[in-house]
Design a protein around this ligand. Structure first.
Ligand SMILES: C[S@@+](CC[C@H](N)C(=O)[O-])C[C@H]1O[C@@H](n2cnc3c(N)ncnc32)[C@H](O)[C@@H]1O
Length: 302
């Protein structure tokens, strides 16, 4: 390709299979309203086409390269959400803010149950969600789109409660039946369950599938209908599926041929305007299970 010729832009509203670093060169600068990335955490997770245990320096150098591409393709008023585990959360936050010039608006903790059961240490039950913006003075944040009921309304039945609810705290929780005492909608821990094996929502072919309701909150808050949402690590396609349901334009990148094929099937099976999977109001409902019922307490495994 002659050097003065720009690579053809990727076709919108689909997933593209390949290495995101190569595919990024087909995304024009300053075009993306919202990027959401849930990269491999470098913890040895078994993906079909990616080796998730690399020397730390390699992983960090690679993270710097793809995050620089995210910053390049973001609009000046764009937003970047990064999901990451404990191992690299601190280093990637420094990279994003000190080296790439982003501003961190929130460091959200997503608290979930049914995480990995560890034998020699505390079991993993949270991930970090960083909310970065390019320009701290100009970004999208739709407060009214993501309100939750307040404890004042939900727990105390207080007539003074704002009937439109309140903004969620920065700790997110999705399964009310597992709510530890003391967590309320006002607090800074977010709780959404992982998409468990029994949930109707579970696709079953990707172990890192994120809940639609979690992406729903992020996409509703940080983009408008018609905006372009990018996910460089498509996985099971949750970001793209939610963007489509919520009437956003989207671009997905995914290394694995198998996952990319499944994402295409998932996207083909949904329409704009479809409701998001999972409990719409986690503090008031439970997720639907595949067989449409909850197991009796006595038949649950311990
Ligand atoms: C943690 S998963 C994403 C899960 C996703 N958030 C979901 O809800 O299903 C990370 C994904 O990144 C993909 N991946 C790894 N390296 C990649 C690369 N260089 N380019 C594009 N995708 C990559 C893996 O195949 C894996 O599916």
């Amino acid at each position: 390709m002659p050097s003065d010729e720009l690579p053809l832009p990727l076709v919108l509203d689909r997933v593209h299979q390949g290495d995101c670093l190569e595919l990024f060169s087909h995304v024009p600068s300053g075009t993306v309203h919202l990027a959401f990335a849930d990269p491999p955490f470098n913890i040895g997770y078994a993906y079909d086409a990616y080796e998730d245990r690399r020397p730390a320096d390699d992983y960090l150098a690679w993270s710097g390269r793809w995050m620089a591409e995210v910053v390049r393709v973001l609009r000046d008023d764009g937003t970047f959400w990064l999901a990451i585990g404990d191992e690299y959360a601190a280093e990637l936050k420094v990279l994003a803010t000190r080296e790439l010039g982003l501003t961190c608006r929130s460091w959200v903790v997503w608290y979930y149950t049914f995480g990995v059961n560890c034998r020699q240490k505390f079991s993993r039950s949270h991930a970090h969600l960083f909310h970065f913006v390019k320009d701290p003075e100009a970004f999208t944040f739709n407060v009214d789109a993501i309100r939750v009921p307040s404890a004042r309304e939900l727990v105390y039945g207080d007539k003074r409660a704002n009937p439109t609810g309140r903004l969620p705290d920065d700790t997110w929780i999705l399964r009310p039946q597992d709510l530890p005492e003391g967590f309320s909608a006002e607090e800074d821990t977010w709780y959404f369950p992982r998409v468990c094996g029994t949930f109707k929502e579970r696709s079953g072919w990707h172990g890192c599938q994120m809940p639609e309701q979690l992406l729903g909150r992020i996409i509703r808050a940080c983009s408008q209908p018609g905006d372009l949402v990018l996910d460089p690590f498509g996985g099971s396609g949750t970001t793209l599926a939610v963007a489509k349901k919520l009437g956003r334009s989207f671009l997905g990148l995914e290394l694995s041929e198998q996952y990319a094929t499944r994402i295409k099937e998932r996207l083909a099976s949904i329409r704009t305007g479809d409701t998001l999977d999972g409990a719409p109001e986690p503090l008031k409902s439970v997720p639907a299970t595949k067989d449409g019922r909850r197991l009796a307490r006595s038949s649950r495994k311990r």
